[in-house]
Each structure stands twice: as structure tokens, then as C-alpha cells.
Write a protein that binds this ligand. Structure first.
Ligand SMILES: Nc1ncnc2c1ncn2[C@@H]1O[C@H](COP(=O)(O)OP(=O)(O)OP(=O)(O)O)[C@@H](O)[C@H]1O
Ligand SMILES: [Mg+2]
Length: 267
């Protein structure tokens, strides 16, 4: 029989009781190319709630990576505002941009982006070193997150000695070590085979649930999007559809159908 706790977990939290973590309003980004301009994002409104995993899907060039760059203040929008915990925040100027990235955001990339000359443990420690944390705090915390991602035995190895899936585990440990409010992942399984994709997704979901970690995952892959709670569909720099996963087999069918409609220009 289900415990009361399990049953409580299955009751969805009404949207009005969700805690807002990050919100963008009227976000637009235009890039000037030599002969023309590209509207990479056009008037995006989007709210990210505490503890949820949101998948962002869209065709190539639809603005997904640009959105992550705006959410993490890697780049400034042409127009629009960003709110952190409901408060409008000037993150697009220095030093706030660097501090925001360092203190609030964890990144996971398609290509892992580990530093080849550093060991696994030193790669994972990097966000805390940048925050100038004391080594007495860093060392046990590195071991703790490496254990969580199943890579503790590899702590003294170098990235080139690891498989793609193992490198991504290390990159996930690095993204989580500083307990960032938000983790942004751009095609985290894009360079991995199907089986490894599954183990990495299971790991991300397990960590997300264990820590109520707010997460945005950009993906081309409808299957990957089924792991999220919500899916946003991008096309030509706009959000053209949204879907809340029911966590049934129907999700994959629905996401694929929506994606095909977008590709045919029907949305
Ligand atoms: N730094 C840049 N300078 C100029 N144009 C850019 C820049 N970054 C992105 N763009 C343009 O903005 C548009 C959106 O690009 P973006 O990288 O956000 O797409 P994406 O959805 O992440 O695509 P993909 O799935 O291929 O990664 C594209 O037309 C791209 O050429
Ligand atoms: Mg991209």
C-alpha cells in the first residue's frame, strides 16, 4: 500500500501555489548579421517555478540556446526584463552578470566542457574555487556530489580517460556542487547513445527530485522532453505551444505530433 507521503507526492501542486524562481517579460534578442538581422527571440514571456523541470524543444535556429544565454545573463537581450524570485533584477550589467552566473546558475553542456588538464575532482571543485570557498569545505563537498553521480572512484582520473556518459556525470556534479538555484542544460544527451541517454536522464531526474532542483533542459529529442514536467515549443524565436506531461505513454505521441506540426509550419 502507498504510504501517505507517496500519496501526497502524487497530488499536483496547484499552479497558483508554485513559487516563482525566474521570470522573463517581453524578452527579445536581435542579432545583426552583415546584410540582415536575425530575430532570435521575439517577445518571450516565461516563468520558471521552484523545483520543476522544463524541457525546451524547437527546430534548429529557433532560439533555444539564445534563451538559455538570456536566462543565465551570458548575453543581454535587446529588450525585456528578468525577475529573480519575483524581483526585477539588473543582471545584464557587470558585476551582477558574473555574480548571478556564479551564484545562481549551474550549466550542463552537450559537449561536457570539462577542463582536460584537471582531474575529475578538480573539475567538479571549480565553481566553489571561483566562489573562493575554503578548501576544508570544498573537498568533502566534491566527494559528496561525485558519490551522488556515481563517479567517486574516478576522482583522480582525467576527462580523457572517461566515456561520454561518465564525462557528463562529472559535468552534472560540477553543475550541482554549488547548489545553484537553477540548472540549465543545453542538449545534455545530444552527444550520447540511447542507453547512456537513459542513464543520464534518470540521473538528472533523480537529482532534480532529491533536491527539488529547478531545471531547464533544451532538447531536440521528444523522448528527452517526456522526462520534464512541462514542455515549451519554440519556433522562430517564439513560444508557439506548451504541454504538461501526464507521465503516460501519450506524452511522447503528443510531443512528437506537436513538433511535427511546428516543422510543417502549422503552429
Ligand atoms: N552570437 C550570435 N551572433 C549572431 N547570430 C546568432 C548568434 N547566436 C545565435 N544567432 C542566431 O540566432 C538564431 C537562434 O540561434 P540559437 O543558437 O538560439 O538556436 P537553437 O534553437 O539553439 O538552435 P540549435 O538547435 O541548432 O542549437 C539563429 O538564426 C542564429 O543564427
Ligand atoms: Mg542551440
Amino acid at each position: 500500500m502507498n504510504s501517505l507521503k507517496q500519496m501526497m507526492n502524487e497530488i499536483p501542486v496547484p499552479r497558483e501555489r508554485l513559487v516563482e524562481v525566474l521570470r522573463v517579460e517581453g524578452l527579445s534578442k536581435t542579432f545583426q548579421h552583415n546584410t540582415h538581422e536575425v530575430k532570435a527571440l521575439q517577445n518571450i514571456d516565461f516563468t520558471l517555478y521552484e523545483g520543476e523541470m522544463v524541457a525546451v524543444m524547437g527546430t534548429s535556429g529557433s532560439g533555444k540556446s539564445t534563451l538559455l544565454n538570456m536566462l543565465s545573463a551570458i548575453d543581454a537581450p535587446t529588450k525585456g526584463q528578468l525577475f529573480v524570485d519575483g524581483i526585477q533584477t539588473a543582471v545584464y550589467q557587470e558585476p551582477q552578470a558574473t555574480e548571478f552566473r556564479r551564484d545562481t546558475i549551474g550549466f550542463v553542456f552537450q559537449s561536457f566542457q570539462l577542463l582536460e588538464d584537471l582531474t575529475v575532482a578538480d573539475n567538479v571543485a571549480m565553481p566553489l574555487i571561483l566562489r573562493e570557498e575554503k578548501s576544508a569545505y570544498i573537498a568533502p563537498r566534491v566527494d559528496e556530489v561525485l558519490r551522488e553521480v556515481g563517479m567517486i572512484k574516478w576522482r583522480a582520473h582525467y576527462p580523457s580517460e572517461l566515456s561520454g556518459g561518465q564525462q557528463q556525470r562529472v559535468a552534472i556534479a560540477r553543475a550541482l556542487i554549488g547548489r545553484p538555484k537553477i540548472v540549465l542544460a543545453d542538449e545534455p544527451t545530444g552527444a550520447l547513445d540511447f542507453t547512456t541517454t537513459n542513464t543520464i536522464l534518470d540521473l538528472l531526474v533523480r537529482l532534480q527530485q532529491a533536491h527539488r532542483q529547478t531545471m531547464v533542459v533544451v532538447t531536440h529529442d521528444a523522448y528527452v522532453a517526456t522526462f520534464a514536467e512541462r514542455v515549451l515549443f519554440f519556433h522562430d524565436g517564439q513560444i508557439v505551444a506548451e504541454y504538461t506531461n501526464a507521465k503516460t505513454e501519450a506524452d511522447l505521441t503528443h510531443i512528437l505530433a506537436t513538433f511535427q506540426q511546428i516543422a510543417r509550419g502549422e503552429l
